[in-house]
Design a protein around this ligand. Sequence first.
Ligand SMILES: [Zn+2]
Ligand SMILES: [Zn+2]
Length: 782
Amino acid sequence: MPQATGRDAGMRHLLDRLLLGTPPGESPVTHVEELPERAGRPVEWPAWVPDVLRDRLVARGVSAPWAHQAEAAELARAGRSVVVATGTASGKSLAYQLPGLTALVDDERSRVLYVSPTKALAADQLRTLSSLVLPSVRPALFDGDTPRDERDWVRAHANWVLTNPDMLHRGILPGHARWAPFFRRLRYVVIDECHSYRGLFGSHVAQVLRRLQRVCAQYGSSPTFVLASATVSTPAESASRLIGRPVTAVTDDASPHGSTVFALWEPPLTALRGEHDAPVRRAAGAEAGRLLADLVVEGARTLAFVRSRRGAEFAALTAARHLTEAGLDQLVPRVAAYRAGYLPEERRVLEAALSSGELLGVAATNALELGLDISSLDAVVLAGYPGTLASLWQQAGRAGRSGAQALVVFVARDDPLDTYLVHHPAAVFGRPVEATVFDPENPYVLAPQLCCAAAELPIRPDEVGAFGDVAGVTAMLDELVRRGALRRRPAGWYWTRSERPEADIRGTGGGPVSVVDAETGTLVGTVDGAAAHTTVHDGAVYLHQGRTYVVEQFDLDAVVALVRADDPPWSTAARDVTDIAIVGARSSRRHGPVTVSFGTVDVTNQVVSYVRRRLGTGELIDETELELPARQLRTAAVWYSVPQPALDEIGLDQTLVPGAAHAAEHAAIGLLPLFAACDRWDIGGVSTALHPDTGEPTVFVYDGHPGGAGFAERGHDALAAWLAATREAIAACECPSGCPSCVQSPKCGNGNEPLDKAGAVNLLDLVLTHLAPPDAEADPPA
Ligand SMILES: [Zn+2]
Ligand SMILES: [Zn+2]
């Protein structure tokens, strides 16, 4: 354990101290990147900013705007919708506050609508706006928690209304008549953290925002949109797709940042054995805890990001144990776990304690990432890839006090994506962040959204194009007429039922399952119908916001899972049987012997059992059968097939193909999040040595949501680069024959059998030889 030296020593030196005692040749550090210091570029206040606003901002320490803030504000002021996509703590909010607040100071009858993905973030914004105490600005929250008797006041008097997409969808738009004065005077719509609208949720939000604009048009307004995003690839395209009209991007971050030493860290393999005798790596959470302790000893203010609440607590406990063992008990109280849960007051306490130095080390869940007001840390430790490069930079950006160096350590978890990243620094440092993927024209999104739109205002024929491709939307409207949901009249399409249409914008169809605490009867949360069989079956260990429960009973008829809070020393994984049938290929191309397709498939899935594994070691405890019905999912998939004779030529005979294809499928699923901002749980795969529809060995990767959410499509567009990365991830892992860091999957329905690591590399080499050479970054789908 290194001894205290103070945090002024260079960060290279600090990193060296973390490695003290590591035997030569066994350093877990696979790469160190030094990111140069960036000087801030302040500019003059725009001339139109009223004195009172400028004075309040200066009093709060904003002496002048950074160039990107002013540029975005000017565009918005000129009526051009703009997305500002810059790093953490670069002051994105000023970009919308300047034009928005100016509009309200100039004419208090103007209105601004602010939409954020979480209530907590909206509450933070409210606090900031209120603290400016501008005479004519009346901000107010309008969400599910707003008391009934306050709602009338908000509608009539608040001129900066803060809400979320759910409330917009369920409350504000359906009740637009009561908001008529608000919509009439709406000048700006702010969409904060807009990169979080992805997948099926993003697809719904895109349609909700189209509905919003239609309602505004009805009342004669055409608000300017200001969107704030983490750094993502092609922000203008994503934002335009989200709101359905052109958006200009501002991406040149002009805020200052200290230089950063960024280390990639792969925990070593241990003597422990996991499934199929695979070697087990030291856990990322334990490694993060140890690093946290060492950094605290060095006096470095450190935040460690861990995936779950339990993981965060474990990391903090590990850190405390190391400190005690080193005889530094006095430092133990200065390390804490931050419990997820989005209460702003709790966050404020943590922020204050870290800022004052009272706390030196905090282990937090990734959930803390949004809206956290901390940017003055010395070091950040990331235990595992947070899912997207955008999030990785968001978290890493917390380190770096003004003028001081910062240290960031990314600790790989044992999965193929993390393995790939620590062995391919260019994928972290030399690559644009991934595109935000969603598909507003997914039929499973479009149908309920069109019903909601028609219920708000009849859809006129000339408005059809606002919802997407005219032919596709018209066909869907006709289909809804056939189903009896809408009625066609000369003036357009009408919702004629008395009840309101249903659309669950956060769900995936199939109806949500309520998760209920069996002891207290309280609702713990809900699970998508589609995910319920694998996540809340009898006996499942279920995590919700970092808390652990065990499912006592999954009642299919009542759509309820009864759970009890518990913390057993094992995890569970469902095993399932999956069949896939091709409904139709939308695109199919031959590359030598390899056929690559993208299209519609029917996936039939049945959860048949679950296994219990000991935490930490992954050791298999037992397997229990389940009786659950098979379910069907019509969705989008990308697949490739190779005829057996071509595989025979490279030594993959019929007996070897199942293991090779299965291993290639697992790793490919693990790597897709590198190209599409998705979670590996959003997608599934099937590999088979002889698929009846292709007549060849085939590997499928499909969207886990009805109708598809754009992930498989993105995989298809970036196929060569994606499979090249998959091949690299497998080859880079030093295990002998497959482990969780390369080809084993925690969600394998088949118990990770059969898997052939070498065969997968062989198969992928063959496919890659015939595909076009991979681009560094393929273009996003048009
Ligand atoms: Zn491995
Ligand atoms: Zn599998």
